[in-house]
Design a protein around this ligand. Structure first.
Ligand SMILES: [Cu+2]
Length: 124
């Protein structure tokens, strides 16, 4: 009797699991992008992401300290110089649009021209 009850319970759990599976959030793998900062550019200069996906930017400097700022997304991190750890930024890609990136740490004569963009596109 005890055994049967247990079996029925297990079957019910299994059925419930199968039934609920489609309702759980869709698994969204993190879109990781390696970004290299150097005097006076970011590579890639256009970081394309898909609206709604989780994004991780791993930003390394090839030379001095830089900053990676995306004011519209409230992102502003310091990027340590080349022998330091990379800066890591995680966010959920915003609705479609273009979001300007600028260096936010004075890094020399071309600092003001050190620009890039995060471009978010609609999912297919
Ligand atoms: Cu700079």
């Amino acid at each position: 009797m005890g055994y049967r009850t247990m079996t029925r319970f297990s079957s019910a759990v299994a059925a419930a699991t199968v039934f609920l599976a489609p309702a759980t959030p869709v698994h969204r793998p993190v879109h990781e992008v390696q970004v290299v900062a150097s005097k006076f550019r970011f590579e890639p200069a256009v970081i394309e992401v898909t609206a709604g996906e989780p994004v991780r930017l791993v930003i390394r400097s090839k030379d001095v300290v830089h900053g990676f700022a995306v004011p519209a997304l409230k992102i502003d991190v310091q990027v340590p110089k080349s022998d330091g750890d990379p800066a890591v930024v995680e966010f959920v890609a915003p609705p479609p649009g273009r979001f300007e990136v600028a260096c936010s740490e004075f890094c020399g004569s071309g600092h003001g021209q050190m620009k890039a963009a995060v471009v978010s596109v609609a999912p297919l």
